[in-house]
Design a protein around this ligand. Structure first.
Ligand SMILES: [Zn+2]
Length: 247
């Protein structure tokens, strides 16, 4: 069987933004998002959940040549307002990585990058999307750069996010995502020790069975990506292997 190559697309905020020039990869204009989802449907891409993709990587199920997993970092209210209705319309599963200590609060770390604050989902919204089939993953307790913390602090951030979200959702949380893609061998070990099955990074590339499940690469979809840009990101090979984009 041919090794599956899965494109894990990474989104952050979806909406109508004015005056965004820096950090373009963390914003996706609503009109572009709509056309990207329309296009994935139209072209017959196999948009699957992270769990389904994991089964494919483990060889438990057969996946078509180009499968796509949609991920949304941080848990913004604009996911709930803008992206979620479109995903529902097309029947696309997705994963949202939530910062567990900031449920119903603001994404306060954005201020340090000079970006406007943005509200994060509340408990009700998280449970709503989960009920509709969206996977909720953890994204630490307070969104730090894990590789810059002591092992103890990093483990605390990781394990707390799992527990807090499990409490909020009354269900297991099995997937994790490193804020800013900040990771190293020790941080990967801690994510596995906390009991997560997978962890996604910001390293660019397609996900294959050759990757460590604690460092799954993704492809950022930016503010400026038109359909050709998305197509290129789904089909590009590993030319950028090893290059970390820290967003
Ligand atoms: Zn984040």
């Amino acid at each position: 069987m041919k090794m599956p190559r899965i494109s894990v697309l990474m989104y952050h905020q979806v909406g109508n933004f004015s005056g965004i020039t820096a950090h373009g990869a963390t914003f996706c204009r609503l009109s572009r998002f709509k056309s990207q989802m329309w296009w994935l449907k139209r072209m017959g891409y196999n948009v699957i959940s992270l769990d389904h993709a994991l089964q494919g990587i483990r060889g438990e199920v057969r996946l078509p040549k180009h499968s796509v997993v949609l991920t949304f970092d941080d848990g913004y209210v604009n996911f709930y307002e803008h992206a979620f209705p479109i995903l529902k319309k097309y029947g696309f599963p997705a994963t949202v990585y939530m910062v567990s200590g900031l449920i119903d609060k603001q994404a306060e770390w954005l201020e340090k990058s000079g970006l406007p604050l943005a509200p994060l989902m509340n408990k009700q919204q998280l449970n709503d999307i989960k009920l509709a089939g969206i996977t909720i993953g953890a994204h630490t307790h307070s969104h730090p750069r894990l590789a810059e913390l002591t092992s103890e602090q990093a483990f605390d951030e990781i394990v707390h996010s799992k527990r807090e979200l499990e409490e909020c959702l009354q269900d297991e949380v099995q997937h994790f995502c490193y804020p800013y893609g900040s990771l190293n061998k020790e941080v990967m070990r801690l994510a596995a020790e906390a009991g997560f099955e997978t962890a996604t990074s910001c390293q660019r590339g397609a996900w294959t069975s050759e990757h460590d499940l604690m460092a799954i690469p993704r492809k950022a979809i930016s503010f400026g990506d038109d359909l050709a840009g998305v197509w290129w990101k789904i089909h590009m090979k590993h030319k950028l292997k090893g290059k970390l984009i820290l967003r």
